[in-house]
Design a protein around this ligand. Structure first.
Ligand SMILES: [Zn+2]
Length: 457
């Protein structure tokens, strides 16, 4: 009988927000899986400056520790995947479709088994079709095959069983995992919150954890410090107040896949009798999200008050062209119309650039609302200061109204106390020590650097 030992190796998500790549190597069962295979924004910030300087090869990414040096893990080609190796890792489980959790699956051998929720599959597939510049192997998602799961499924990887349970996060299709291994049950939270529009999803996950005897809990801890404490309802109330008081254009900056925030803005637009404007990209992602079976809140995209901006100066991708060709003319709106009749609209943008703002040239008294969810990224920082300067130039004031996709400190603690794990491993946090001392329950093992290995017998 092989010895019952599980090695957990943290190739990302260690003392950083995101970039989770957690290898579970069960020597007892002879099976290995990755929990998430995300992109580290921290490393991107350290080494690259998109679009001027980007990863040129997989070797380069291995050399800077952005991806693990594991044999037969990666694709050999960018077009023909027939000669890709049979990976020694049996499966990849993606918790949710944010880049810091799935971004690097683009590099994997096309023979890899990748498991995702249906919602995540839709979002990843639409997202990959919207990439304009395929400059780097990091951005090539062609040829990947996904196997989908739903909450409560039991996926057999040899004798290892992985059970995904839905959680609430700032994007649809988010899951935590319960994994039955030779040393007992390991649970992984992915990213979660209990203050969002669908907290019942996370409550389901917590109930499942309570039923299990958890040997190891791997948990996120993003907002163990400086949680805003606001929930989606607080955000809705504040947004309504600001939008109601504004007489000119509202520019709403929020995540393209933050569907809950979209529905919040959409419902407000109805109340204040403005139309909501999206760009073809957001429209495509919304279409993908609305194809998810059992999506909790349904918005009818054919509502004549959801308009799609037609920007003559922009070169659209195939998907964007398709959208502009298929929607009726009365749903399209020009940039000029937005500038002239700002008071009628909520113009939704995503990481607004100075160019977006210059094009619209909003009238004085317009309001820009930053209502953005993570993941933050490297491009943002560079351009944000310039954006603010342009907003100042146009006389557009700024609000920040947001609640995060991540649990508050007390909610993090609540999940851990309910799960009653023997061992706790924090990931996706800048303050693991604070997290441990605050929760003050269980035997904490804190990975100290990228590549840290924790052995459980
Ligand atoms: Zn994350």
């Amino acid at each position: 009988m092989p010895k019952k030992v599980v090695e957990i190796i943290f190739y990302g998500g260690v003392k950083e927000i995101g970039g989770n790549k957690i290898l579970i190597r069960d020597k007892g069962l002879g099976k290995s899986i990755f929990l998430d295979f995300g992109k580290s924004f921290e490393l991107s910030r350290m080494y690259y400056e998109f679009p001027f300087n980007y990863p040129e090869s997989i070797e380069e990414l291995i050399n800077i520790d952005a991806v693990p040096p594991i044999q037969d893990l990666y694709t050999k080609s960018e077009t023909n995947f027939e000669n890709d190796p049979e990976p020694t890792i049996d499966a990849f489980f993606i918790s949710h479709p944010h880049l810091d959790h799935y971004g690097h699956i683009s590099l994997l051998s096309r023979k890899a088994r990748i498991f995702v929720g249906q919602g995540a599959k839709n979002i990843i597939e639409v997202g990959s079709k919207l990439i304009t510049r395929k400059t780097s192997p990091e951005l090539n998602y062609n040829g990947l095959k996904f196997e989908t799961f739903k909450t409560g499924d039991e996926i057999q990887i040899g004798d290892m069983v992985v059970k995904p349970i839905h959680v609430d996060h700032s994007i649809p299709g988010a899951y935590g995992f319960i994994i039955y291994t030779s040393i007992g049950t390991i649970a992984y939270t992915g990213d979660f919150r209990i203050h969002g529009a669908h907290k019942e999803l996370t409550e389901d996950f917590i109930r499942e954890l309570e039923k299990e005897e958890i040997k190891v809990l791997i948990t996120e801890g993003t907002h163990v410090e400086f949680s805003s404490g606001y929930n989606e309802e607080d955000v809705r109330r504040k947004l309504l107040e600001v939008i109601d008081e504004t007489k000119e254009l509202i520019i709403a900056d929020f995540g393209k896949s933050d569907y809950d925030r979209f529905t919040t803005f959409y419902n407000i637009s109805k109340q204040v009798k403005r139309s909501i404007i999206v760009d073809p990209k957001r429209y495509a992602i919304l279409q993908g999200i609305l194809k998810i079976p059992n999506i909790r809140t349904k918005v009818d995209l054919m509502d004549p008050d959801i308009l799609v901006v037609r920007d003559e100066k922009k070169r659209p991708t195939k998907v964007e062209k398709e959208i502009l060709n298929t929607i009726p003319d009365e749903k399209k709106i020009s940039i000029t119309d937005i500038s002239k009749n700002g008071e009628k609209y909520i113009y939704s943008v995503f990481f607004a650039s100075s160019r977006d703002i210059k094009k619209v040239s909003p009238s004085r008294g317009s309001v820009y609302i930053l209502s953005a969810s993570e993941p933050f990224n490297e491009e943002r920082e560079i351009s944000f200061e310039k954006l603010i300067n342009w907003l100042e130039f146009f006389g557009v004031s700024m609000y920040s109204i947001h609640c995060s996709g991540h649990a508050t400190p007390n909610h993090l603690k609540r999940l851990i106390i309910h799960a009653q794990p023997e061992i706790v491993i924090p990931v996706h946090t800048l303050r693991p020590i604070l997290f441990r001392n605050f929760v003050n329950f269980g035997d904490w093992r804190i990975p100290d650097s990228r590549g840290s290995r924790i052995v459980i017998e």
